[in-house]
Design a protein around this ligand. Structure first.
Ligand code: ATP
Length: 318
């Protein structure tokens, strides 16, 4: 029997545009996604039973079927019943570092690690693209979490086009631990307030998607131009989240006063990140922010932009 330890990176949104509605009830999106070196560790081992068991060192993370890591394992059981019969159930242990309800796709990252880990545990030999196709059936962010790096994400966010890596920059992430934003609420509220600006028809939709592909942010990323990327950071969801969460709004304003390349909320929040050019600069910004907002509820992290998704760090025979 084997055990595997995987590292699951969080993501930030360098760009998030809501283009329109989809017939399946989701939103049509155009995003630029970036992996960062703020990571969970996910350990998997065959447990010799017919059960999936999830444990996490953070008591606020659910241990039951609602955990995305559990859902990922249940998906594999359903897809590969013969392997499940042969190898049995899995114990999944999550060491949590990515804050929850943060817009950093922490749950999706854990689920991505479980898909990659079970592929190894059950000797399935799936390709990354096959794992990503499975991932898309349980969450729109999970395919990106498998692949990682820098990518354009369209449709529900699951359709990916990789970009050159941006591993020369850092982010300072700030989040009030007690403030989590529901992603479903953010998108629902956006639809209520801004649906009149949605793409009018299929041509309009293709056109707006294409504009992101050939737009200035993709060019800035391709040239690894940190200053320009900082200027072009964008997130449509700020329009609904910042007015509803004044503390997040004022956090962004404080961070904006500091010497960074740019400041933006990630995903549906509540994390606000500042893009900076070096680790040294990131640590200065971290200290300055701590000084400006001496609130213990405010978590502040420094992380590099990284070029990888799920990474195997250890495997052992038991
Ligand atoms: P996204 O950016 O994808 O919207 P998020 O960072 O806002 O994600 P998550 O941390 O992924 O949010 O989790 C949101 C909710 O999902 C939490 O309230 C939690 O109850 C539930 N959840 C399920 N599985 C996990 C997991 N493995 N880790 C963290 N949260 C999980």
């Amino acid at each position: 029997m084997h055990s595997y330890s995987l590292i699951a990176p969080a993501k930030i949104n360098l760009y998030l545009e809501i283009i329109g509605d989809r017939p399946d009830g989701y939103h049509e999106l155009a995003m630029l996604l970036q992996s960062i070196g703020l990571t969970d560790r996910v350990d998997l081992r065959a447990n010799g039973t017919d059960q999936i068991r999830v444990r996490c060192d953070d008591p606020e993370v659910p241990n039951d079927e609602s955990n995305l890591a559990y859902k990922a394992a249940a998906l594999m059981v359903g897809e590969f019943p013969e392997s499940f019969n042969r190898y049995g159930g899995v114990d999944i242990s999550i060491e949590k570092h990515i804050p929850m309800g943060a817009g950093l796709a922490g749950g999706s990252a854990d689920a991505a690690a479980v898909l990659v880990g079970i592929d190894l545990l059950w000797n399935l030999g799936l390709t990354q693209s096959e794992i990503q196709d499975l991932a898309a059936t349980i969450g729109s962010d999970i395919p990106f979490c498998v692949m990682g790096g820098t990518a354009i994400a369209t449709r529900r966010g699951e359709f990916l086009a990789p970009l050159p890596s941006l591993d020369n920059l850092y982010v300072v992430l700030a989040k009030y631990r007690s403030i989590g934003v529901s992603t479903a609420w953010a998108y629902k509220t956006y639809r209520q307030q801004f649906h009149t600006a949605y793409a009018k028809d299929a041509d309009d939709l293709t056109d707006r998607r294409q504009r992101v592909h050939s737009g200035p942010m993709v060019e800035a990323i391709s040239k690894r131009n940190g200053k320009r990327i900082g200027e072009l950071l964008h997130n449509d969801l700020e329009k609904v989240v910042l007015p509803a969460y004044p503390q997040v709004d004022s956090l962004k304003r404080e961070m904006f006063q500091l010497d960074t390349l740019g400041v933006m909320m990630s995903g549906s929040g509540s994390t606000v990140f500042a893009l900076v050019e070096s680790k040294g600069q990131a640590e200065i910004i971290q200290q300055q922010l701590r000084h400006r907002i001496p609130d213990e509820d405010l978590g502040i992290w420094v992380a590099p932009l990284i070029a990888n998704g799920i990474r195997l760090v250890h495997s052992a025979d038991l």
